[in-house]
Design a binder for this molecule. Structure first.
Ligand code: SAM
Length: 568
């Protein structure tokens, strides 16, 4: 198009250009295809591509040329930035000012380029030259490389996805993708600067390890599984090879922590290294009794409690979850009413208000006699621990709010509500079949409680939480609404409504774990009949042991400050 060409209607002109852009081969910048490449050959990704190079004669014209050549630039595969000429043309790209254009630009055909560019060519401000460019492994993103070598993924990355835990990328490979583990590990190391180690589990988590750890194979990078990371606004240190951690549960940890309120007593039965307990204490000032049977988890949890300065709010234990439910509940009945102090100031801050104007007052909490909620995140088997709630408060009916009475009945408001239980479980049905999942889960839960429960609602917890955070961050201006923001904003966050009629449960979808395995959180208030049922049968050996232990606790020195010493 020369300056003599009759002026075109601008809309038509834009459409013309659009057509031409659309005609350009989109595969130009795609990585070459090596479906089935199991040993990564980086060299093989070197690819020659035809381009047109625009040589700009005077660097003062750079902006003019950029503006004029807009629609015919060679953009990266995501159509965002111009492909770097230094990479495309090697040394020449470094020395001269060149911009790469699409090969659909024909040097001797003005109609293939924007009119303004043709004009600059005419004015000798820019010279167009057909030129071969070179793309290498470095130019392609990890998705692009993986797509080029892996069999087609039918499950949205679930077959070859990885989770990041500190510096460790943990591959979760299923089926035929396992054969590509080394190549995938190399690509992940190459393309993610923060990844220093890539591991893969050898066996299915849960079916082989009661602690939900897994024998792992280090596929690439340094042999170091000691991790430091931040999650839910808290810091954690642990050995990834010895304890359970899943970064994909951060939203769920936040959700539960956010349900807790100041001074609530919370019992985290399978606490791991503390990702529910620590944020609930740090940001919502819950008093958390946190237990894990795995000694390594317990030890990391103790460190993490100190690290996050919630020592007076989270009390770590190392025992079996079933025993813990019963012993802790009894101990709380005995020791509730005592007070604990929490100093929210940094340890080294001056305590003299005349010197430290930011000094916060010491917070005092009265330990409740009853847990507000129990958290049981051991999806492979936590429902089996539910029988520990049968008869938990037998004989203590007068302490509790009776669900058959109205809240206005005199004296009811001063009593304790029965605890809410959040128990995690797996089910073969995913979110699409949540009603089916709920039916099956309800049956199982009813079995372990020996009480007919019913499903009151099903929920997509994952989506709900993400949406609520989006709404909050809009309202509260980004950071403030999340745990990574200020503690005060989390404290002030409105708590979701938790209403459970007697014997009803909600079944919430948390996440897909594998193509036919999803994680759910079942939530319900402990039914009255279950809590106060008098065991009719003879005590089992385990129950006898519990009774004995209970007596030891009850005899223990009253002066021992509760929260008592962690049970070793
Ligand atoms: C899925 S992990 C959850 C850990 C933590 N709550 C989280 O969200 O990351 C389950 C935890 O249960 C612990 N565990 C396994 N059996 C247990 C038992 N009988 N009693 C208490 N904890 C147990 C494991 O050691 C593991 O840390």
């Amino acid at each position: 198009m020369s300056s003599n060409t009759p002026a075109q209607n601008p809309v038509e002109q834009d459409e013309e250009m659009l057509k031409r852009v659309l005609l350009h081969p989109s595969s130009l910048l795609r990585a070459p295809q090596f479906l089935g490449m199991k040993a990564l050959d980086r060299e093989a990704f070197t690819k020659k591509i035809p381009t047109v190079a625009a040589y700009i004669k005077d660097k003062r014209d750079i902006q003019k040329v950029r503006k004029a050549a807009g629609p015919v630039f060679l953009l990266d595969p995501l159509d965002r930035t111009i492909v770097d000429p230094k990479r495309l043309y090697g040394d020449e790209g470094k020395q001269t000012y060149i911009l790469p254009l699409l090969p659909s630009v024909k040097i001797d055909d003005e109609s293939t380029m924007p009119a303004d560019l043709a004009q600059l060519v005419k004015e000798n401000k820019v010279e167009l030259v057909s030129k071969e460019g070179t793309l290498t492994y470095v130019d392609f993103g990890s998705e692009e490389i993986l797509k080029s070598i892996l069999p087609r993924d039918r499950y949205d990355g679930i077959h070859h996805g990885f989770t990041l835990t500190g510096h460790i990328a943990h591959l979760n490979l299923h089926g035929e993708y396992a054969n590509f583990k080394n190549a995938i590990a190399q690509v992940i190391m190459d393309k993610n600067p923060t990844v220093e180690t890539v591991v893969s589990k050898i066996e299915d988590v849960g079916s082989h390890s009661e602690f939900r750890t897994f024998p792992m194979e280090i596929l690439a990078g340094k042999l170091d599984t000691q991790v430091s990371l931040r999650s839910s606004g808290c810091s954690y240190d642990f050995d990834f090879a010895k304890v359970y951690w899943n970064s994909r549960l951060e939203n769920e940890h936040d959700r539960i922590a956010n349900l807790c309120s100041k001074g609530d007593a919370v019992c985290d039965v399978m606490a791991g290294v503390g990702p529910f307990a620590i944020p609930a204490a740090k940001y919502n000032r819950a008093l958390v009794w946190a237990n894990d049977l795995n000694k390594d988890s317990y030890e990391s949890m103790v460190q993490n409690i100190q690290k996050n300065k919630v020592t007076n709010l989270v009390y770590p234990f190392n025992t079996d979850g079933r025993e813990f439910i019963r012993l802790c509940s009894k101990a709380l009945l005995r020791d509730g009413g005592k007070t604990i102090n929490f100093d929210p100031n940094p340890p080294n801050a001056p305590r003299d208000p005349a010197i430290n104007t930011k000094l916060k007052p010491i917070e005092t909490y009265t330990i409740p006699k009853v847990f507000k909620r129990f958290i049981m995140n051991l999806p492979a088997s936590a429902v089996e621990f539910l029988d520990a709630f049968i008869g938990l408060y037998a004989g203590l009916e007068s302490l509790f709010q009776d669900p058959s009475k109205s809240a206005a009945t005199p004296g009811e408001a001063e009593k304790f509500p029965l605890p809410i239980i959040h128990v995690y479980t797996f089910n073969r049905h995913n979110i699409k079949d949540i009603e089916e999942a709920a039916k099956e889960i309800c049956q199982t839960v009813s079995g372990y409680l020996d009480y007919p429960m019913r499903v009151e609602r099903t929920e997509n917890l994952r989506d709900q939480y993400v949406q609520s955070m989006q709404v909050k961050s809009k309202e509260n201006n980004a950071k403030k609404a999340t745990f990574s923001g200020e503690a005060e904003s989390a404290l002030a966050a409105p708590k979701p409504e938790e209403s459970f009629s007697e014997g009803s449960m909600s079944v919430g979808y948390v996440r897909a774990v594998a193509p036919v395995k999803s994680m759910y959180c079942v939530e319900f208030r402990l039914p009255w009949e279950v809590a106060f049922r008098t065991p009719s049968k003879e005590l089992t050996e385990m129950e006898k042991k519990l009774e004995q232990m209970k007596n030891i606790w009850l005899r223990s020195d009253e002066k021992t400050q509760w929260p008592g010493k962690p049970k070793q």
